[in-house]
Design a binder for this molecule. Structure first.
Ligand SMILES: *Cc1c(COP(=O)(O)O)cnc(C)c1O
Ligand SMILES: *[C@@H]1O[C@H](CO)[C@@H](O)[C@H](O)[C@H]1NC(C)=O
Length: 512
């Protein structure tokens, strides 16, 4: 550690520097630059090691261990300033005890990978440190957002890329926007008079749906009982006939069906609902159709795979998270809306201190009033920069490669001894499977086997985390006991990493 550098006007070492020595302090340039270069050094080292397969994915510690403090690293906040040298140690240790989500063997989340251009974009964004709410203070970023949203709408297939949209703090919030604007479309008076101005409204979504729609139902005053779950087939796709039956049933009870959520790439199975068939029903009964492409939206960039979303252009709104399948650093999620102006209609409050109508520029670029937030983080720049750097074609290659890798995994294990697939023929990169340890292989199906199998994936996962070699998710679903859900969105992953995962599951699970 060499952060106690020489003072500029004497040859003896001064005391270690403190934050007060940095800009805006007088003569603060030199220590500031030195400090930042040290930070960059820590970060670039971390980046380099993240891509090195001999590095562990994580160095697991229990919460109480981290809270008690590790050697030289203490989470407690202090009244007195710490030296910059200690601050650098804190930076290094924060990364050390974290999880390397960019590691080629990190498969735990739908968001993974570490895109270098995206990272640079995030650094720039923090350096600019501005707020998306007005053109006044974010002129370049606001225009980038408008332009990128238009491009995304073109990919959805809305004529001329017309429509509306915003980047939001994640898919759950983007989904919530869709419910809000659907309600505003049919019952605008709810904005001023509240839910008593509307009949009892019901929302429909897949039983495999991410919990965010239920959460939106609760948060927006619909009530979770008015979120009706639709049955799915064995691959997790909504059955359109079930939707129609449930709409008719709701109407007979005197309720008002409002909104249907179709999923393009469900979180666990990666299932794509049949959008065209659902759209037919929505048109027939005059319902808002939202397509949740938080996970699957990225496939629109692939000529080979975009057919899985066919019919998406008939949606009234679409959620699409570039921070998942497209590898954009967290967070980056868009809500896209076919009808122009409706986001503003639904959410604007025209705060006089931000959105003065008499500014010298075209104030339609003050997009902040469309949001339910006030201040909004700049999520666009890293995405825009990645798009510039890769071209649309680069995203397409990334997506095709991830789907090829998961096909490789599927082919590898579908007939392999000790594996059972949860469903056949994956549509997205989700491959869901049980690993059956030798001790369970001869056992007849029944409660005992189920209970034992239920404990296998969590045990393997715990050992994986303790040894830090790889990470993959697991969960139960409906009546199915815990199974592994493998997903690939990490651009660093290769076939050898898939092979490694399987070897590791077998190594750790063999004696269970
Ligand atoms: C991940 C996911 C969400 C939620 O997105 P966040 O960005 O985590 O809020 C919603 N829907 C689906 C289908 C998802 O996979
Ligand atoms: C729609 O369903 C998907 C998954 O099936 C879910 O992720 C999402 O939260 C739901 N969104 C809305 C707004 O209903």
């Amino acid at each position: 550690m060499h952060f106690c550098f020489k003072s500029s006007n004497s040859n003896k070492l001064t005391n270690c520097r403190l934050v007060l020595d940095l800009l805006p302090a007088k003569n603060g340039e030199e220590p500031t630059i030195q400090f930042l270069l040290e930070v960059v050094d820590i970060l670039t080292n971390y980046v380099k090691k993240t891509f090195d397969r001999s590095t562990k994915v994580l160095d697991f510690h229990h919460p109480h261990q981290l809270l008690e403090g590790m050697e030289g690293f203490n989470l407690e906040l202090s009244d007195q300033p710490e030296s910059l040298e200690q601050i650098l140690v804190d930076c290094r240790d924060t990364l050390k005890y974290g999880v390397r989500t960019g590691h080629p063997r990190f498969f735990n989340q739908l968001s993974s990978g570490l895109d270098i251009i995206g990272l640079a974009g995030e650094w720039l964004t923090s350096t600019a440190n501005t707020n998306m709410f007005t053109y006044e203070i974010a002129p370049v970023f606001v225009l980038m957002e408008q332009l990128t949203l238009k491009k995304m709408r073109e990919m959805i297939g809305w004529p001329g890329g017309e429509g509306d949209g915003l980047f939001s703090p994640g898919g759950a919030i983007s989904n919530m926007y869709s419910v809000m604007i659907a309600r505003y479309k049919y019952f605008p008076e709810v904005k001023t008079k509240g839910m008593s101005a509307a009949p009892r409204l019901v929302l429909f979504t897949s039983e495999h749906s991410h919990y965010s729609i239920k959460k939106a139902g609760a948060a927006l005053g619909f009530g979770t009982e008015n979120v009706i779950l639709l049955s799915t087939d064995e691959r997790g796709r909504v059955i359109p006939a079930d939707l129609e039956a449930k709409i008719i049933d709701a109407k007979q009870k005197g309720y008002m069906p409002l909104f249907v959520n179709a999923t393009a790439g469900s979180t666990v199975y990666g299932a794509f609902d049949p959008i065209n068939e659902i759209a037919d029903i929505c048109e027939k009964y005059n319902l808002w159709l939202h397509v949740d492409g938080a996970w699957g939206g990225g496939l629109l960039m692939s000529r080979q795979h975009r057919h899985k979303l066919s019919g998406v252009e008939r949606a009234n709104s679409v959620t699409w998270n570039p921070h998942k399948m497209m590898g954009v650093p967290l967070q980056c999620s868009a809500i896209l809306v076919r009808e122009k102006g409706i986001l503003a209609g639904c959410n604007s409050m025209c705060a006089g201190y931000l959105f003065q109508p008499d500014k010298q520029y075209d104030v339609t670029y003050d997009t902040g009033d469309k949001a339910i937030q006030c201040g909004r983080h700049v999520d666009i720049f890293k995405f825009w920069l990645m798009w510039k750097a890769k071209g649309t074609i680069g995203f397409e290659q990334h997506i095709d490669k991830c789907l090829d890798l998961s096909q490789y995994l599927y082919n590898k294990i579908k007939n392999r001894e000790g594996y059972e697939m949860v469903f056949d023929g994956p549509q997205h990169t989700n491959v869901c499977f049980w690993y059956i340890p030798p001790s369970l292989r001869g056992m007849p199906d029944g409660d005992e086997r189920r209970e034992k199998l239920h404990r296998v994936a969590p045990k393997i996962k715990a050992m994986m985390m303790e040894s830090g070699t790889t990470m993959v998710g697991y969960q139960p679903q409906g009546t199915k006991v815990n199974f592994f859900r493998m997903v690939v969105s990490n651009s660093a992953a290769t076939q050898s990493d898939i092979d490694f995962l399987i070897d590791e599951i077998e190594r750790l699970g063999h004696d269970l």
